[in-house]
Structures are given as C-alpha cells and as structure tokens.
Design a protein around this ligand. Structure first.
Ligand code: AN0
Ligand code: CP
Length: 317
C-alpha cells in the first residue's frame, strides 16, 4: 500500500479483516518490520484517540514515532499559493511538507474540513498536497471528507459483535452545539456500503450527505422507523453539506438524541460512536453507560486498524 485515504485503498475487505484479527491476536509479531523506520504524525486539529492509538500501532511495529501539533509550537502555515506573505503566517505549506517528509518514512495527517470553501474541503486540498509534495506514503488521520482509520475500526467492531451475517446498521444524525465536519459519517457510509450490510441513514431534512458517500444506503427521515429492528445504532453529528447551507447548523433538536426510548425500538442494538461524544446531546448517560454500549472496544480497535494499515505501508516501502 502506498497511501491510505479511503476504503478504496484497502483492497480485499475480507483480507483486511483477517489481517485485523491477526494483529489483534499478535500485536508484537512484526516488531522487525518497523525497525529504524520513522512515523511522523501531523495534527492540524485536536485528537485523543487518533494521536494515542496511531502512536501505539507504530510502536507495536517497532517504529520510531514523532508527533507534531502544527498549532502548538510550529510556524503558522500559509496554504494558498500565490499570496504575498505579509500577514501572520511565516511559513508556506509547500516548503513545510517536503521538509517534514525528509525527516520520516511515513506521514499521517489530520486536517479537518474548514468550512471556508466547500470545493477546497471536498477536493482534499491539504491531504493531497501532502501526497504530492512529501515524497512519502501518506495516510489520513481524518481529513476533510473522510476518517478511514475510524471507519475501519468501526467495521472491525461490527464484525466482532454482529450476530447475523448481514446486520441492520443505522447511522443516525444527533444534535451538537458546534458545526462538525461530514468526514465521519461520509466515511462510515462508504465502509458500510462496501461491507454490504443492511444500511440505513436517518437525519432531519437538510442534512443530506454527498450522494457519492450515501451510495446504496436507504435514507429514512422517520427516525423511529429507521431504529426499528436495528442491530447497531451509530450516532454522529454533522453540519449541513448541501448548498447554500454548507457547514451550517440547521437543527439542535434533542428529539434526535439517542435515548433508551428509541433504543427500545431496536433489535437490542449495540450503541456506537467514534468519540469524543457530548453526553445528553448526542446520547443519554443511560445509553452510553448501558450494557449495549460498545464505544470503548470500538475506540480500542483504533490501534488495530492503524496497525493493519501501517503494516501494509511498511511492507511496500
Ligand atoms: C470531530 C469530527 O466530528 O469530525 C472528530 C471526530 C473523530 N469531532 C469533534 O470535533 C468534536
Ligand atoms: N475518534 C477519534 O478520531 O477521536 P480523536 O478525535 O480523539 O482522535
């Protein structure tokens, strides 16, 4: 594998899941693979899970790991080409990227959608610049439109907990006070479609995602109908995608909060969320603390997904 930015880079999904099983059972089997290889993790945005789990995955593979928070101690980066740099940004990303590439063998990048320009976000301008100018394999640690390490961990988790071959998985929008990107739901949808589960997306009107990611999913505006018979409820907030409301909050309706009443409509569904989660906005205390909540094993599987991907990239270095 050269770069990992979406489900399209994973190749055979069953093989990827087998690799995940192996990595989970034998986390230190490939300590030699990463010896004297340096993993550089670049964060333009905050992180707890991605930061820790990806470092852990690199360490399990014997790699050296360096983490840089661009906004804490590095120079502010100009990202537009052609601007006269007389403002507050002392360095251009077009120098910074190849310099960073010269200090490592593999680069992970976290760079969220900025909601300033939809085309820039959906063309993945920052991530693609890393791919183009770093000279190194690049993997996404959540870019503007996708969060593939999260979705792969979600898939691994569903495979571990599912009781039927083709479970009903429901992605539900839930309210949140701040505008959040569509990366997690886009990516989750893409992976669920590839896994060929019974997949339903439910959200208030106006929150329609890019149809490229929705794919074959059933979009059901009636949330009670969507919940009925679900085996997995996957909650996430996102801001509007469709024009002219791109990046805007259209609703904070707490009737969309995942609570025990709605969970009672399901087939005793498991509750999932990528975290961090705002309690009693996205999900009630009762549900997230309840026996069907699998948010902690889901987060733990982030080491597994990252390790599978790093292993595949290391093999092809
Ligand atoms: C981010 C998001 O919604 O994309 C990261 C989730 C993994 N969440 C927040 O910023 C709260
Ligand atoms: N789920 C996830 O990516 O969490 P962080 O933002 O804490 O890395």
């Amino acid at each position: 594998m050269r770069n990992f930015t979406s489900v399209h880079d994973i190749g055979d999904m069953n093989l990827a899941l087998q690799n995940a099983k192996f990595v989970k059972e034998h986390p230190y089997a490939d300590q030699e693979l990463g010896k004297n290889k340096t993993l550089l993790l670049i964060f333009f945005n905050s992180s707890l899970r991605t930061r820790l789990s990806t470092q852990k995955a690199g360490l399990n593979l014997g790699m050296n790991v360096i983490v840089l928070d661009i906004n804490q101690g590095a120079w502010k980066l100009e990202t537009e080409r052609g601007v006269i740099m007389d403002g507050d940004k002392p360095e251009h990303i077009l120098e910074a990227i190849p310099v960073m590439g010269s200090y490592c063998d593999i680069i992970g990048v976290r760079s969220f959608a900025q909601f300033a320009n939809k085309a820039d976000d959906y063309n993945e301008v920052i991530l693609n610049q890393f791919i183009q100018y770093s000279g190194r394999p690049v993997f996404s640690m959540e870019a503007a439109t996708r969060h593939p390490l999260q979705s792969f961990a979600d898939l691994i988790t569903i495979e571990e907990y599912k009781k039927t071959e083709r479970p009903k998985v429901v992605l539900t929008w839930a309210p949140h006070p701040k505008a959040l990107p569509q990366a997690v739901p886009n990516s989750f949808a893409e992976w669920m479609n590839a896994a060929d589960y019974e997949f339903v997306i439910t959200h208030p009107e106006g929150y329609e995602l890019d149809e490229k990611f929705v794919g074959n999913a059933v979009v059901e505006y009636d949330k009670e109908k969507a919940y009925r018979g679900a085996d997995f409820i996957y909650a996430k907030n996102w801001a509007a995608y469709q024009d002219p409301n791109y990046g805007k909050i259209l609703s904070t309706d707490r009737s969309w909060t995942v609570d025990s009443d709605k969970m009672a409509l399901t087939n005793n569904a498991y509750f999932m969320h990528c975290l961090p989660v705002r309690r009693n906005m996205i999900v009630s205390d009762e549900v997230i603390e309840g026996p069907q909540s699998i948010v902690i094993p889901e987060a733990a599987n982030r080491v597994v997904s990252a390790q599978v991907i790093l292993k595949e990239i290391l093999k092809d270095l």
